[in-house]
Ligand binder design. Structure first.
Ligand code: GLN
Length: 539
């Protein structure tokens, strides 16, 4: 096989320009031309992983099959490529330093002074090439977090410089920047981009391609000017206008020839045009829906929508699949009470209670479950949301007013959600939850089985607490069905109420596995139930 090609994506001028979406879009286009591609994210913070970060800090924590707690951009990579990522796809400065320091303690450096260059940069380069060396990928795209010029990003940029030198034509650098529009003068301004390219050049890295975020078309003059000042070819100045949906970006990037320019620069054949037909169909269904439903998303981090990124995207995928516009009403669980719930959930076609941790807002989630169950509103509870559904059922159907999760009340009279023995021994918070993919066996004739159309499924987990099987029989006798269980441990993974139109709680996170090519069946069926509800209310 030919050498693996490495593409680096750096960012300039400001953060939040959407490096992850650009990297994903380019990867999707290259994949659609027949190349095997993967994407990796390097995060310049000291945490080992984002697992212990509050979602307000960094948005959602995305979990891979192998149980890595990672940056939310990996969710985009999987959604765009329909190919699983792993721990190797996300590396933080903390992890780099930890590896180097562990080596130093073992004596691997034979008495040498351990330094940023070469020891830290060597470890960064090793991590970058790890995916390429598997032989699985022809192209590895590495997204470098942060913005050029940040102190934290320096060792990464230096590693890019070294790799470029070592790998020559097998390497390419794409710099994503902002070309702001000054409304006072009615002009697009190139100076911030010139400065950020200069900052890259000072670190010895010359970008090959500029992708320029702009609110207005760049036009030939601006492209020429950027090319001249930044040492890139004019055709390598790519315009990236604001899109109505992130799923439009690959199509826009193809129009701008980002994929073609990339392949040319890497010396790879442009082969055939990318086959984006299924992608386009997805997009058309998304943009021209036939109906609309409104889903309430109840969580405690709703001020920052990125906290529920994968859920929001899974709902969008389900909307495309069913040709339905899925409007989301974001509801703060802390502001919900038994008194306000009817008002706040008025006219909703479906209610989704989101994952979460800790006491804050939990009673609001219980009140919402109660409202959804009593009014037969399609309900999907994910992780903490499923646990809330179990507790609500225990309190209001089984009559155990003291039912709770021991996460919130360790002294609960009926600890219907509790820690399993192995979690009781855990003292460190980082990386110690039940993480990653587990099998789940579905009960014949259950709604879950008919939704998945299979007997055994695999879904990803991220939680410490579990359904307490001591009470399983009581629940089943009272009409709550455990329709999915872990075949090895017997732990309950799915609950449903068969007498209601759609009431499902899942201990795992189905949202992580929904992609453009494969919208997740649970979300699709949840949206279908919402459509049915909406039609019956309008009838
Ligand atoms: N806090 C719950 C637990 O740890 C649920 C976690 C979640 O929703 N991801 O079990």
């Amino acid at each position: 096989m030919a050498n693996t090609k490495y593409i680096f994506v750096t960012g300039g001028v400001t953060s939040s320009l959407g490096k992850g979406i650009i990297a994903s879009s380019l990867a999707a286009l290259l994949q659609a031309r027949g190349y095997s591609v993967t994407i990796q994210k390097l995060d310049p913070y000291i945490n080992i992983d984002p697992g212990t970060l509050n979602p307000y800090e960094h948005g959602e924590c995305y979990v891979t099959n192998d149980g890595a707690e990672t940056d939310l951009d990996l969710g985009h990579y999987e959604r765009f490529l329909n190919r699983p990522t792993s721990q190797a796809n996300n590396v933080t400065t903390g992890r780099i330093y930890q590896t180097v320091i562990d080596k130093e303690r073992r004596g691997d450096f034979l008495g040498k002074t351990v330094q940023v260059i070469p020891h830290i940069t060597d470890e960064i380069k090793r991590r970058i090439q790890l995916l390429g060396n598997t032989g699985e990928f022809e192209i590895v795209i590495t997204e470098i977090g942060g913005t050029v010029g940040d102190i934290e990003a320096l060792p990464y940029i230096e590693s890019v410089r070294q790799l470029r030198w070592e790998l020559g034509d097998d390497c390419l650098v794409i710099h994503l920047t902002l070309v702001p529009f000054l409304s006072a003068t009615g002009e697009l301004k190139t100076k911030p981009t010139q400065h950020s390219v200069k900052a890259l050049q000072e670190s010895g890295v010359q970008p090959d391609i500029l992708v320029c975020r702009a609110e207005h078309e760049l036009g030939d003059d601006i492209k020429r000017k950027l090319a001249l000042f930044c040492n890139v070819k004019k055709e390598a100045v790519i315009e990236s206008l604001d899109a109505s949906t992130i799923y439009e970006v690959p199509i826009m990037m193809h129009k701008e020839k980002l994929d073609e320019v990339t392949l040319k620069k890497l010396g790879l054949p442009t082969k055939n045009e990318p086959d984006m037909s299924r992608w386009r169909e997805f997009l058309t269904r998304l943009k021209y829906p036939e109906q609309e439903v409104e889903i309430g998303l109840v969580g405690k981090y709703v001020e920052l929508k990125d906290s529920y990124k994968s859920i929001a995207e899974a709902l969008i995928h389900a909307g495309s699949e069913t040709e339905t516009k899925v409007k989301v009403r974001w509801i703060h669980s802390e502001k919900l009470s038994p008194e306000s719930v009817a008002r706040q959930c008025k006219d909703l076609d479906g209610i989704l209670v989101a994952p979460g941790f800790g006491e804050r807002g939990f009673e609001g989630k219980i009140a919402t479950v109660h409202y959804a169950r009593e009014n037969n509103i399609p309900f999907l509870g994910i992780c903490f949301g499923m646990q809330a559904a179990v507790i609500e059922y225990a309190r209001n159907v089984l009559g155990w007013k003291d039912a709770h999760t021991t996460e919130v009340n360790p002294e609960a009279g009926h600890p219907v959600i509790d820690l399993m023995a192995e979690q009781k021994k855990v003292t460190n918070k980082g990386g110690t939850m039940r993480l990653g993919a587990n099998d789940c066996k579905l009960k014949k004739n259950s709604r879950a089985a008919s939704i998945y159309g299979r007997e055994v499924i695999s879904e990803r987990h991220r939680h410490r607490f579990e359904f307490n099987n001591t009470y399983l029989k009581d629940f089943e006798d009272a009409g709550l069905l455990a329709s999915g269980t872990n075949p090895e441990t017997g732990l309950v993974e799915i609950i449903e109420i068969p007498t209601l139109s759609f009431f499902i709680g899942v201990q795992f996170h189905p949202e992580y596995k929904s992609t453009v090519a494969n919208p997740h069946p649970l979300f699709v069926n949840f949206v279908k139930a919402a459509i049915a509800k909406s039609n019956s209310s309008n009838a």
